[in-house]
Design a protein around this ligand. Structure first.
Ligand SMILES: [Zn+2]
Length: 429
């Protein structure tokens, strides 16, 4: 999902091309993308763009009369897979992905969505309707540490949950919260009520550093118009980097799964070396969940040596451990499916069929349950390992390492990753 840095850079480009220009008409390729009926869309036509701003993760174009302030607001939410393209005036809406075209006298802004789940939205509202679309989150970059602390302590959540809650903070999502927490060296599951003043100041500073650095980087990369908007970028420290070395300590990045999402962190830098375990997953492992990277390594060796009977600890442990092949008979329930997970409506069923792990990791539906962890996805090399026939056929489509990294081909290899299957924020695009 495009977050603050992506959205801000989009807005800069859209503003440069549309401010002061007239919106001549809006062409809807998908009627469902428009979520409002009143005022009618036709009321937007012929108005001038007088402002371009961000509301949470939404993009807002203020439309005014010839002289006055904005009378209407066009509010666009890209959700996960919505993207913009800037084209010459009157450009056709691309058949499969196109949702809408906003025709200005200066060119056409295309709204596309590369996902079977059409979640991007357009609202046309008056000022009062605009307020209703504001989730209420504080703009961290515009607030001092006191205001930030007050908001952070207003509810007791895990840090991951608090940072990504649009009611608390504006514009921060899964990707940048991972990066911020890594920068601040803080555990994603630390409770906001337990933070010291020093920690809050550090977190506040990290938010500034990470968001400003990334906005800068994306601004430079954008060129003519931001075309490569993705939540997974090679320069990221931990987000989407499961199994890859942490840029700070070189130990492997781990992950936590919860609901339909996943968070990445470095145990060494963020959790005093502890692996964050999910309760249901721990139950499945009968208390044998490795608590540190060292234990994980030890169990890895143990699992490799064992010709473990199905369902035994070693078999289960092996399937949880990256960077090695699991015993063949351990794969029945926990291994990656041999065929890519379908994106779209079937994805949930597919995930359910993924077996025990899928069930376990999908169990917590509440977003607050930022507790699930696993180290279960295949690591680089696993797909080709002869010892893991189930995985040997796992697709490693095209890209090096893509069979392993969460979010890249995540759905293809990780049972239970309904999220990436349906939300489609993948590098495949
Ligand atoms: Zn680290």
């Amino acid at each position: 999902m495009p977050e603050l840095p992506d959205v801000d850079v989009y807005i800069e480009h859209i503003a440069a091309r549309t401010l002061g220009h007239t919106l001549e008409r809006v062409r809807l390729a998908s009627p469902f993308v428009l979520r409002t009926a009143e005022p009618p869309l036709a009321a937007a036509a012929g108005r001038r763009v007088v402002s371009a701003s961000r509301l949470g993760k939404r993009i807002v174009l203020g439309l005014g009369d010839e002289a006055g302030p904005a009378a209407l607001y066009l509010v666009i939410h890209l959700m996960v897979a919505g993207r913009f393209k800037w084209k010459p005036a009157g450009a056709p809406v691309p058949g499969k992905l196109g949702l809408a075209a906003f025709d200005f006298d200066s060119g056409t802004l295309l709204l596309t969505e590369a996902s079977t789940k059409k979640r991007a939205s357009v609202h046309l509202v008056r000022a009062d309707g605009l307020a209703a679309l504001d989730p209420g989150g504080v703009e961290v970059l515009g607030s001092d540490v006191g205001a930030f602390a007050a908001r952070l302590r207003s509810e007791n959540h895990t840090l991951k949950r608090a940072l990504t809650d649009p009611r608390l903070f504006s514009g921060i999502g899964n990707a940048y919260s991972d990066e911020i927490l890594h920068h601040a060296r803080m555990s994603p599951v630390k409770l906001t009520s337990r933070l010291t003043d020093e920690e809050i100041a550090r977190l506040h500073a990290s938010i500034h550093v990470v968001l400003e650095e990334w906005t800068d980087r994306l601004r430079k990369e954008a060129g003519e118009f931001p075309e490569k908007v993705t939540a997974f970028r090679p320069e990221m420290a931990v987000h989407g980097k499961y199994g890859e070395p942490c840029p700070r300590c070189a130990r492997p990045v781990q992950r936590i799964r919860y609901a339909d999402n996943e968070s990445n962190y470095c145990p060494t830098c963020q959790t005093d070396g502890k692996l964050l375990a999910d309760r249901s997953l721990s139950r499945l492992m009968r208390g044998d969940w490795p608590k540190t990277l060292e234990e994980l390594e030890a169990k890895k060796t143990q699992g490799r040596a064992a010709s473990a009977p199905a369902g035994s600890f070693a078999a289960r442990a092996a399937s949880f451990i990256p960077e090695r092949a699991a015993p063949a008979d351990a794969d029945a329930k926990t291994s990656a499916p041999a065929t890519p997970a379908p994106a779209g409506p079937n994805a949930k069923d597919y995930a359910r069929r993924g077996g025990a792990i899928a069930t376990a990791t999908n169990a917590p539906k509440k977003k607050s349950a930022v507790t699930a962890t696993d180290a279960s996805a295949p690591a680089p090399g696993r797909a080709t390992s002869p010892a893991a026939p189930g995985r040997a056929t796992s697709p490693a489509p095209g890209k090096k390492g893509s069979a392993t990294a969460p979010g890249k081909t995540g759905s293809a290899v990780a049972p239970g990753k309904t999220g990436s299957a349906t939300r489609g924020h993948s590098r495949r695009r």
